[in-house]
Structures are given as C-alpha cells and as structure tokens.
Design a protein around this ligand. Sequence first.
Ligand SMILES: Nc1ncnc2c1ncn2[C@@H]1O[C@H](COP(=O)(O)OP(=O)(O)OP(=O)(O)O)[C@@H](O)[C@H]1O
Ligand SMILES: [Mg+2]
Length: 365
Amino acid sequence: MRIIKNPEPFASSYLPPRVVHRERELEELRDAISEGLKIGWPGVTVVGRSGTGKTTLVKMYLREVPGIYVSCLFNPREGEVLKTAIRRVDAHISLRGLSREKMLSVFAGLLERYDINVLVLDEVQGLRDKDLIYRLTRMEEHCGRGVALVLISPYPVYLSLPSHVVAALGRFTEIRMRPYTREQLMDILRDRASEALYAGAWDDEVMEEIARVAAETGDARLAIEILAKAASLAEREGEARITREHVMRVVAKVGAAVSASMLAGLEDDELIILLALLRIMRRKSEARFVEILDVYNVVCEEIGHRKSARSTVHRKLDDMVRKGLLGAERDASGGRFYYAHLATPEEGEEVILAILSSRVKERYK
Ligand SMILES: Nc1ncnc2c1ncn2[C@@H]1O[C@H](COP(=O)(O)OP(=O)(O)OP(=O)(O)O)[C@@H](O)[C@H]1O
Ligand SMILES: [Mg+2]
C-alpha cells in the first residue's frame, strides 16, 4: 500500500505554502521593517526555541520583499557572511583580495543598485565575528548605504553578543516565537500530511498522538519528523494507513535531541548538572548519580557557582529527565543511570560554557 504521495514537504528545507499560527508575528515583522525604513535602518531580532518557525517565518517574509538570507551556522566568519551575501545578489563579482572594509562597501553598493533593503542573519549565535553586526548597524555612516537587519537566534541575542554590539542594537524590535501548543501543532501536521500523504493513509487520531508528544517542547520540526518517520515505517510494513502504534515506535527511537535553544532555557544549576554529565560521557556512554554529583561539585568550584545540596541536584536531574532533556534507565541490578541525547558531548559542553559565561558577564555589567 502506498502512504507517501510526495516526500518533499518532509524535507528540512521545505517552505510550506502557508504558515499557520504565525500571522501576528509576520505582521509584526512587516511593520517593524516598513515603519522603520521610513526613518532609518531598522533591526529586528526573531527569538525562540528550536522548531518554533523562526526561519520559516522570515523566509515567508522574504517572499514579499527583496532581501538576502545567510545562515551563520554555515558561514561563521565575517568574510564568509559578506561573501555569501554578495554572491546571493551577484554570483560573478570578483572578491579576491578585498579587505573587510572594501567587501562591506561592495555589499552596500549592490544593495543600492538592486534596491535591496533587508539582510537576514540566521543562527546568529553561531557567528564568530560578532563585530560584523556592529559594522552592519553602522554601514550607512561608512559606506553611504545601510540595511535593515533581521537577526534570528534561539535565545535573546544579548546572551551571545558583546555589550558594545548589544548597545548598537538598542532600538531593535524583538519578535518572540512561543513554543507551539498541541492544537497549533495539530494544524501544522494536518497541513503537512495533506501535502505529503495520500488521503486515507492518515487520520486525526494519529496527528493528535504526534502533536501531544511534540507539544512537550512545542517543536514543529520534531512533529514533522515523527510524522515523516511514522509514514515511512507504515509504508515499509505494507500497511494501508499510519497507526498510533507506528507513531509510538518512532517516538521511542527519536528521543528529544537537546538543542542550543533548549539549553538556553535552563537555569545555571541545571546547566552545570548537564555539563557534569557530559564530562563523564566523554569517557563512557552513561553516568550514575554519585558520579554526576562528584563532577558537579568540581565544576561549581571551577566556575565559582554556589553548590546545591545533594537532594536538590538529584531532584533537578530527575526533572530534566521528565522534561526530556536527559534519558534515564535502570540496569540489570536496578541501579539508575543517566545519559544525554547529544551528538557529541564536546559540542554540548562548549555551548553550555558559552551560555554560562555570557550570563556571568551580563551580571557584572
Ligand atoms: N507555522 C508553521 N506553519 C507550517 N509549518 C511550520 C510552521 N512553523 C514551523 N513549521 C515547520 O517546522 C519546521 C521547523 O521550522 P523552522 O525551521 O522555521 O524552525 P526554527 O525556529 O528556525 O528552528 P531552529 O532554531 O532549529 O532553526 C519546518 O519544517 C517548518 O516548515
Ligand atoms: Mg531556523
């Protein structure tokens, strides 16, 4: 039996024909830019957890107005961002040997020539050369042409930007993307299912099951990923339709992947507990409570954080398991052990340390 009519709407880069439940945010973005352009070069930050539709929202907006989109995740250095941005407008321009200043002025010139007013920097937390943002906000003074900036980040940008850059952003409008509710996820799933699947291969009961799981984090990407995998599973097994059982089997495997934006929502103590777990996971695949507690105490001393009591650490650890940030299992003898769902512990540690140190800086500012 065929279930999948067209797999394309399941691709991560797919831009749906409509975004549901983000009409207000799209309006806010439109207004902030068009009103701002009347008096200068405005800026907007779009902030929200993973899968809340930040990239989708902004790309929708770019269907309405000419603009340039660059992801800093793939272009972390200033030169790469500028080069990518310039090439999006003119693929053939020669940039060899150009200084940073010259590159910025070439960029400003192209914006002027092609009447482009908007530059989007996605995943701005991944930008290494943060001063680029400062220079972009000052571009009109130096190059005679400014640009409206849209910065997308999983957490408020002041957490990942130095204070002089934050100061330059003073007049930015922040658009907060809240996690999707179960009902909202249902609508997103229904839309995607009717695009990708044969009618009759799915029903609302199945969508409800997926929405319920994904609503724990409010992540539309997770919802769509579960739907896509459940559809493939049902098809592989020769079924006529997706059932709740397919969904549950997929959910058991997917697990909640911890992302930078989820980490940003944690309190310091929780981050340090997670950091302790990750340090242990460099050596082995899981950790016991006493081991985590030992490393937790060491990390607290290292970074000058006040230690919580053993029972508090235990409670917080179990809270994180409940929130889906960590996994926990019992071994054959009934002892509980913990593990994190992260690509690599090193990566996780780096992100946590960056969040903690920017918070410390914030407090002493
Ligand atoms: N309102 C919506 N309507 C339809 N589809 C949506 C909506 N919001 C998100 N999606 C879908 O969910 C997935 C994730 O959305 P998107 O990539 O925009 O999230 P994000 O906030 O940019 O996440 P990240 O921080 O991980 O980059 C995409 O497949 C997107 O098409
Ligand atoms: Mg995104």
